[in-house]
Every structure is written in structure tokens, then in C-alpha cells.
Design a protein around this ligand. Structure first.
Ligand SMILES: C[S@@+](CC[C@H](N)C(=O)[O-])C[C@H]1O[C@@H](n2cnc3c(N)ncnc32)[C@H](O)[C@@H]1O
Length: 284
């Protein structure tokens, strides 16, 4: 008797996780080099104290290289968005669907005090502004208020429901904190892996973008980071850092670290024709 032929199993392929925000200094272009420098990340906790858009976290999650992560940043809007996407993604998607690509709507939403919104609405506000503002960047003024103008994109994707759901699944493995990098690094233990991507040491007086939060990242913070990275390394944490190729960075990381030059398309310039690849440092 002829055997029944079973229909081919239909495998529902879900989207791989990826950053849902565009972030200045995002590391998408350097994923292969950074993953190689990090080595195996599945033995301990993956710690990312300057998470920003989370390019490296999502790249590791896509490859199933993480079983536990601690992601943090001092930007409270950003961390609130991660929490909501992790814990109530359906509400974020519903709130995002109420937004539209229109300058009057954009400026009205920009004016809203995020503290008056629910966490899901706050997350949707950030994602909407990020997707429709000029250059898709997050920048705040001295009062901590988002101050980027409308981007005039023809048809930006405001609500990528599948992408948000994939990010939500990846974030289930993550503890999320709004805190200074010192707090996050102090908790890292032997076998953990930490990737630190701080605002960069300026290459010149005008070249660097540091407006991620109201508090600027100063030279003292750079020294504090180096000292805490060294202390973590001595506790058995594998620490990898990114920074600019400024001579002072090489000098600061001369003892106990190895600096490798990598090429990254990363200059923040509003004119596309002036953006070019620049050399930066991967420190391990
Ligand atoms: C270069 S960005 C990180 C980019 C990220 N790797 C990505 O792929 O998008 C630097 C981040 O450091 C955060 N930051 C600034 N000062 C900080 C501090 N003292 N502690 C923790 N995070 C800080 C900023 O809010 C910003 O998100």
C-alpha cells in the first residue's frame, strides 16, 4: 500500500531581533569585529552599561549567544522604552499606531511632557520621534528636552510591529536598569562579559556628539570608566570597550589593554556628503 505523503511542515520563521531605534554611535557596522573581541558570552552575564540602540546586544541575541544580560544607560526615556517593549509590546504597538508622519503632529508630540504619559505611550512617543525626526537621531538640550526637528521623510515606518515583537522576545533575557555605568560595572563578576561603548573622547573641540542626556560625559568620566574597567578585568570580567582614536585614549589604555584600530562610518554630520569612515579603537 502506498504510504501517505505528509505535507511539508510549515515552519513559522519569526524575524530576528534587531535595534528598533536609530542611535548616534550605533555599532551595527562593527558587529563582526566587536563580537570577535567579546569571545564566548554564554558562560556568564552579558553586561552593556551604555546600551543606546543595543546593536551588539541584539546581534548576540540573534545568534543565541546570551542566556542572561544586564542592559543599562543613564537615558531614562530610552530605558523606559526598553522596559515597555519587553513587558507590554502590544500596548506599545497600539500606541504607535496612533501616530502619523505629519509636522504638526510631530511638534505636538515633541512638546508633550513624557512624565504625563503611560510607559507604553512614552515608549511609543520616543520610537515615533526617532523614526520621523531629522536624521533619526536622539538629542536633548541642556534642559533634557528632545530638540530634533521634523525629518520630512516620505514614508517612514512608524510602527514595525514584527520588529518590536522580535525585540521584545530578545529582551526577555535582559535585566534593564537606568543607572550610571559605574553601578552596572561594579556588579559584573568573574566569567561575565562587558561591552562598554561610552560617548567618545573628542578628536577635536567641535567633533564629538555627547548630547545623549542632559549630563555631558566629561574627561573625569572617561578616567573613571578606565579605572572601573581595569578593576572589573582584575575580578575576571572580560571587558571590551570602544572609543575614538584620540591619542589620550591610547595613552590611558596602554597598560593592561590592547587597542586595535577599526574603520567605522560614524561621523555625526547633517550633510550626507561629509559623512565618512573614520578610524576608532576597539580596546580589549
Ligand atoms: C555611543 S552611545 C552607545 C551606542 C550603542 N552601543 C548602540 O549600538 O547604539 C553612548 C550611550 O551612553 C549613554 N551614557 C552617557 N553617559 C552615561 C553614563 N554616565 N552612564 C551610562 N550611560 C551613559 C548615552 O545615553 C548613550 O546612549
Amino acid at each position: 500500500m502506498a504510504q501517505a505523503v505528509l505535507p511539508a511542515a510549515r515552519v513559522a520563521l519569526s524575524r530576528p531581533p534587531a535595534p528598533f531605534l536609530k542611535w548616534v554611535g550605533g555599532k551595527r557596522q562593527l558587529v563582526p569585529q566587536i563580537l570577535q573581541a567579546l569571545g564566548p558570552t554564554h558562560l556568564g552575564t552579558y553586561v552593556e552599561p551604555f546600551v543606546g540602540g543595543g546593536a551588539i546586544f541584539f546581534a548576540l541575541a540573534e545568534r543565541n549567544h546570551i542566556w542572561r544580560a544586564v542592559l543599562s544607560d543613564t537615558n531614562d526615556e530610552l530605558m523606559t522604552a526598553y522596559l515597555s517593549v519587553r513587558d507590554e509590546v502590544a500596548h506599545v504597538i497600539a500606541a504607535l499606531r496612533s501616530h502619523r508622519n505629519d509636522p504638526d503632529h510631530f511638534y505636538a508630540v515633541r512638546e508633550i511632557d513624557p512624565a504625563t504619559l503611560s510607559p507604553a505611550e512614552r515608549a511609543a512617543r520616543l520610537i515615533f520621534l526617532n523614526r520621523t525626526c531629522f536624521n533619526g537621531l536622539y538629542r536633548v538640550n541642556a534642559k533634557g528636552l528632545f530638540n530634533v526637528s521634523f525629518g520630512r521623510y516620505v514614508n517612514p515606518t512608524i510602527c514595525d510591529a514584527e520588529g518590536l515583537e522580535a525585540a521584545s522576545r530578545a529582551l526577555r533575557h535582559a535585566e534593564l536598569r537606568t543607572c550610571d555605568f559605574a553601578v552596572a560595572l561594579a556588579d559584573a563578576r568573574s566569567m561575565d562579559v562587558a561591552y562598554c561603548d561610552p560617548p567618545y573622547v573628542p578628536l577635536s573641540a567641535t567633533s564629538s556628539f555627547t548630547s545623549y542626556t542632559r549630563n555631558r560625559f566629561a574627561s573625569d568620566d572617561q578616567v573613571r570608566l578606565r579605572d572601573l574597567a581595569l578593576a572589573a578585568k582584575q575580578r575576571g570580567v572580560r571587558v571590551v570597550l570602544s572609543n575614538s582614536a584620540a591619542p589620550i585614549v591610547r595613552e590611558r589604555y596602554r597598560d593592561g589593554f590592547t587597542c586595535t584600530e577599526v574603520l567605522a562610518p560614524r561621523a555625526v554630520n547633517c550633510r550626507a556628503d561629509r559623512r565618512r569612515a573614520i578610524t576608532e579603537l576597539l580596546i580589549a
